[in-house]
Design a protein around this ligand. Structure first.
Ligand code: AMP
Length: 224
């Protein structure tokens, strides 16, 4: 898809608000690159790289990986050629410090954010959703035993690997992640609202309804 401007977006939202699912739909529709720091860390852990070793204890406990590690990872990724048409950041930034760092990374690359989409959902609904989430550790695909089942029980549609429940989706870690989101990431809603680029969507609508709203919004943005 040729466009005269890049579509650079952030998808914000608490864990289990549907970021992974919506990211996939948005990236396919607009032909932009999906950059998920969580997926990058999980791939590093399963490949047993130095980065994986560094990140794994934080991730298993549901804690944030230190900014020094995460910011460097994103900086390297955004410098690659395939982001020229645009990118969707999923799981980054998660703190105001990371958001400030992102501004400087983007300005050093002579580009900027087009929009920030925030998925809104309350904690009780998220806790009930998380128990049914299953993921593929090989290709990063995410499923819900309630409303996004794999075609064959427990097997990834894309790469036929066995699906698992993420360690950090187990109740104790999940609650830590939700609290972390409220404390550290939620302030970004205000941060981007002040910049005039925030678009909020009710994450409790169906997958298609959430996507339709985001799609219409982004099409309007591209026409501006
Ligand atoms: P996610 O798949 O986005 O829920 O991320 C899974 C885990 O990876 C998080 O709970 C953190 O431990 C780590 N992680 C992912 N993105 C970041 C980030 N931007 N900053 C710090 N830690 C992160």
């Amino acid at each position: 898809m040729n466009r005269n401007k890049a579509l650079n977006i952030i998808l914000l939202g608490p864990p289990a608000s549907g970021k992974g699912t919506q990211s996939e739909l948005i990236c396919n529709e607009f032909d932009i690159v999906h950059i998920s720091t969580g997926d990058m860390f999980r791939a590093a852990i399963s490949n047993k790289t130095e980065l994986g070793l560094e990140a794994s204890s934080y991730i298993q406990a549901g804690k944030l990986v230190p900014d020094s590690v995460t910011n460097g990872l994103v900086k390297e990724r955004l410098a690659l050629d395939d982001v020229k048409n645009g990118f969707l950041l999923d799981g980054f930034p998660r703190t105001v410090n990371q958001a400030d760092e992102l501004e400087s990374i983007l300005s050093s690359l002579n580009t900027s954010l087009t929009a920030v989409i925030s998925l809104v959902a309350d904690d009780d609904e998220l806790i009930s959703r998380i128990s049914s989430r299953r993921v593929c550790l090989k290709c990063g695909a995410s499923y819900s035993l309630k409303n996004k089942k794999p075609k064959v029980d427990n097997i990834c549609d894309n790469c036929s690997s066995t699906l698992v429940q993420r360690e950090d989706d187990k109740e104790e870690s999940f609650k830590v992640r939700l609290e972390d989101y409220q404390k550290k990431t939620f302030p970004l809603v205000e941060y981007y609202k002040k910049k005039g680029i925030l678009y909020e969507v009710n994450a409790l609508l169906s997958i298609d309804e959430v996507f339709d709203q985001i799609k219409d919004f982004l099409k309007r943005k591209l026409d501006e």
